[in-house]
Design a protein around this ligand. Structure first.
Ligand code: BGC
Length: 898
């Protein structure tokens, strides 16, 4: 018998993270074996400080053998961690047959500064009497330092900024992350990045080095929001940097920002803004500015800024990076006589290009998402965002440029000043987003649905740039809570989003009002009073609960618990009665198609939406309290939940089962949130199906109803209607935009009308992920890859495929924290269905196959009894259920039994 192998060690979900400031990081691993039904029964972890050999004297934790099947979130429980230290760890396990695995390869995490008092660096910025703090130009700061002729063993650079920074060391960029230090609720939380620069110092063969930093306004000081506000967090950019050098002789040196740094604003980036774009004048370049011997006599001293170190935190999510490069598919000459590149994909990031033009030649790129009906470049939907990149050439040879501190949402790029004819090979689009781990793949027999799935993924890539944004192009790009809440479950299938949302939810909690109210956007940059809409504020509860469901992460529930209860208590303090929420401003069923002419708000009564979400959030808080062992709270919120449900029924449901909200969304919410049972539930579901039919198999739902619409139909006896909605290609529908050539999800069902005209200029994003929430139905309902609410985190899987879905095959593959999980089906002409299932070691599944009770079933060409531990159960509804352990299975359900 071959033992299991332990692979893919992760700390806080990340591979070898740097600069962690978590005191008890969680470790996880995956298991490999070719044996079926494999489980872990015990583990042992060793952690050594700064030592790959795990020598006894360097061990800070040896867990010893611990009987446990936990392999995803094991809390470090060793000695107290020290700052700026590398902790190397390895894992071995025992399986259900008592076999012991070999030790895994080692992995590590490194700590940042765990104590604010350990910062020796000062915040610096160019002296205000020499460099105007309001200058639009990027600032450049530099300083030379020496390593005293000693051999460097480890060098770690810690850095952050007020604004955005990029670092150079001896003339070369440090790391490849973009938009550092990321966007957080800066007044409460500011991330510090850590970079390993050991090789750069140890391998240089030189004692003298130079650190350089470029600093731009970014989210901190630049323009944000449609109201045109800027300097929201502060009116001075700043840099904070501390380099820890550990020498072979055991001594340590620190290089830090202080008044000895030199600064200038006289560099090539003349202007940079998130919405604006960037202007780069190569004649201002500072050759060698971050190298030894550069003459910085024309630069100015830096001065220090007074700012507390208490808000500094280690990085909490993956970094933002270039994840793909796309070549233009064509060069268009528009009817208006303009030259426009088509990237073939609506994307988010930046253009990189190479030119060879005389010095001073001005080149401009304008970015936009769509062409208008006539085929002309159209930027009306950007509102006041400019998305304009200007480059002034150096001259004298080929030069390549890509902007640093701005991003654009675009498929089309209008070129001005470039030499004709344009060679598309001189251009490329660099796709930029948080570098999350791709985890989910969905594919089926209908190419239109596959395109929809790709559009959903692109919507996520475009809008997960450090925070979950509504859109990436116009003068918003903000962390709209409602949008995030609507999309999170789908997001968690496509990519690993646990760190991404854990970070953002801490910002949400930090920005929450003392009353428990939740800002419309997080980080909050809107006016006072912009908070607490139903379905938006509920992100405070729904998002942590979803992360718990998808990853089994209890810590997020612990950390967000105050925020979650705060939100529910806020709602409770609102309405005229304690149980109905019928006051305040709400976005309602935003963009619902049953809205009155010229309104954005769908017809579903707002108090119905509010009270439904009140019930739902309360139920999730009650469950959360139970998970956390807070029995008293659990009882309290369960009781409250029961009363809200009754109040909802009294107010909105007639005794015979009609709902006081004659809209699709009203019915969706009542069904989804369990606000009706028994006959009433059935009647509501039938009415909903009726409403869809009455619209000619179309939806009328907006942000609030759309994500759950297909789920409630499928779950309540109307799967056929859900299928028809998803396969509908006439407006309004998901496939309508696909048919119109969309490569991302639109904000409006009719972003581009059938006649090619636009819905409006005013609020018309072509990259808004909210309606992409149907992705969740594709893989959970249609392909049938689901989790078990009572045993979350994919340790326990629910496989319940739906082959009666108008397709010939569908398959979802998900790389959970345990490993590869698959649910797929394909149908043959004779009506037989072949299912494909795969479960990673240390997980189990409950399988439910519809319409199988009276049919022949084979597993891997064998009698099920030979493969399964317990025989399958024939259920009343004609389905068959059984249990599966880890491994790969092919299940055939064939012709009727004789
Ligand atoms: C955003 C939305 C957001 C909404 C609030 C819009 O401007 O783009 O997606 O949720 O405002 O209703």
């Amino acid at each position: 018998m071959r033992a299991m192998m332990v692979t893919e060690l992760r700390c806080e979900y990340l591979k070898n993270p740097m600069g962690l400031t978590v005191s008890r990081p969680r470790l996880g691993w995956k298991l490999l074996t070719d044996r079926r039904n494999a489980l872990q029964t015990a583990y042992r972890i060793q952690v050594a400080a700064e030592d790959e050999t795990f020598a006894e004297e360097n061990l800070v934790w040896d867990s010893g053998r611990l009987e446990s099947d936990e392999s995803a979130h094991v809390e470090y429980a060793g000695e107290e961690l020290k700052s700026v230290t590398r902790y190397v760890y390895r894992v071995r396990v025992w399986d259900d047959q008592g076999e012991e695995s070999p030790w895994s390869d080692s992995a590590y995490w490194e700590t940042g500064l765990l104590n604010a008092a350990e910062w020796r660096a000062r915040w610096i910025t160019p002296a205000a009497d020499k460099v105007d703090p309001a200058a639009k130009e990027a600032f450049y700061l530099r300083r030379e330092f020496e390593t005293d002729g000693k051999k460097v063993r480890r060098a770690t650079l810690l850095a952050t900024a007020l604004g955005l920074y990029e670092l150079e060391l001896d003339g070369r960029r440090v790391g490849d992350s973009l938009f550092t230090p990321g966007w957080t609720s800066y007044d409460h939380r500011l991330q510090v990045q850590a970079y390993d620069v050991t090789d750069r110092l140890a391998g240089a063969g030189e004692d003298r080095h130079v650190l350089g930093a470029a600093l731009a306004d970014g989210w901190y000081k630049g323009r944000l929001g449609w109201e045109g506000r800027s300097a929201i967090y502060g009116d001075r950019r700043g840099l904070l940097l501390q380099l820890h050098i550990r020498y072979d002789d055991g001594t340590e040196g620190i290089v830090a920002t202080d008044e000895s740094w030199r600064a200038t604003a006289n560099g090539p980036i003349r202007m940079s803004g998130i919405y604006e774009g960037e202007t780069y004048d190569a004649s201002f370049e500072l050759p060698g500015w971050s190298e030894r011997g550069f003459d910085d006599s024309g630069w100015h001293p830096a001065e220090t800024l007074d700012r507390s170190m208490d808000t500094l935190i280690g990085e909490q999510s993956e970094r933002v990076k270039v994840t793909e490069t796309i070549r233009p598919v064509s060069v268009i000459s528009t009817p208006a006589g303009e030259t426009v590149l088509d990237l073939g994909q609506n994307m988010v990031g930046r253009m990189v290009f190479t030119v060879n033009m005389p010095a001073g030649t001005k080149l401009t790129l304008h970015h936009a998402e769509v062409l208008d009906r006539e085929g002309n470049f159209y930027a009306g939907n950007l509102r006041t965002a400019r998305q304009e990149v200007t480059y002034l050439c150096r001259g004298g040879g080929a030069e390549t440029y890509r902007p640093s501190f701005t991003f654009q949402g675009f498929r089309y790029v209008r070129l001005t000043g470039f030499p004709e004819p344009i060679d598309p090979d001189d251009f490329a689009g660099e796709v930029i987003h948080t570098d999350m781990r791709p985890t989910g793949f969905f594919e089926c027999s209908d190419p239109r649905i596959n395109r929809l799935q790709r559009n959903i993924v692109w919507g996520q890539r475009g809008n997960f740039l450090d925070i979950p944004t509504d859109c990436p192009q116009r003068d918003e790009r903000l962390g709209w809570t409602g949008d995030a809440q609507v999309f999170i479950r789908t997001a968690a299938f496509n990519y690993g989003v646990a760190p991404f949302f854990a970070k953002w939810l801490k910002d949400l909690a930090a920005e929450q009002l003392p009353s428990g109210g939740v800002p419309f956007v997080v980080p909050d940059i809107l006016d006072e009073g912009s908070h607490s809409s139903a379905a938006w504020g509920d992100a405070a509860v729904i998002c942590p609960w979803t992360i718990y469901q998808c990853y089994g992460d209890k810590r997020i529930l612990e950390e967000q618990y105050g925020s979650m209860t705060g939100w529910v208590e806020y709602i409770r303090s609102q309405g005229d009665s304690e149980l109905l929420w019928n006051t305040g401003f709400h976005f309602g069923d935003w963009l619902g198609l049953d809205a009155k002419e010229n309104s954005y708000v769908g017809a579903t009564p707002r108090d119905l939406i509010c009270t439904a979400f009140f019930a739902y959030s309360t139920s999730l808080v009650a469950k959360t309290a139970a998970v956390l062992g807070r029995e008293e709270d659990a009882a309290k919120y369960e009781e409250l939940h029961g009363r809200i449900v009754r109040a909802f029924a009294d107010e909105f449901i007639t005794p015979s089962g009609r709902l006081a909200g004659h809209t699709q969304t009203s019915h969706v919410l009542a069904l989804m949130f369990g606000l009706a049972e028994g006959e009433t539930r059935k009647r509501l579901a039938d009415t909903l199906a009726e409403y869809v039919r009455a619209e000619g198999m179309h939806l009328t739902t907006g942000f609030v109803g759309t994500p759950y619409l297909c789920h409630v139909l499928s779950e309540n006896g109307h799967h056929d209607v859900a299928v028809q909605l998803v396969l509908q290609e006439e407006y309004p529908s998901w496939l309508y935009s696909v048919k119109q050539g969309a490569t991302t999800i639109w904000e409006h069902w009719d972003g581009i009308k059938p006649d090619g005209s636009f819905w409006s200029d005013d609020m018309n994003s072509y990259n808004h992920y909210a309606y992409g929430a149907v992705g969740d139905w594709l893989y959970r309902a249609l392909a049938g890859l689901d989790t078990d609410e009572n045993e979350p985190g994919c340790k326990r899987i629910v496989l319940r495929p739906k082959p009666d879905s108008g397709l010939t095959h569908a398959r979802a593959q998900y790389d959970s924290v345990y490993g590869k999980t698959v649910s797929g089906w394909s149908k043959t002409a004779d009506g037989a269905v072949t299912y494909e299932f795969e479960l990673p070691p240390n997980t189990t599944a409950r399988v439910r196959l519809p319409d199988a009770a009276n049919k022949k079933m084979r597993i891997d060409e064998r009698d099920p009894a030979e493969v399964l531990a317990a025989p399958p159960t024939r259920e009343e509804d004609g389905s068959v259920t059984f249990e599966l352990g880890s491994g790969r299975y092919t299940v055939k359900v064939g012709e009727k039994r004789p």
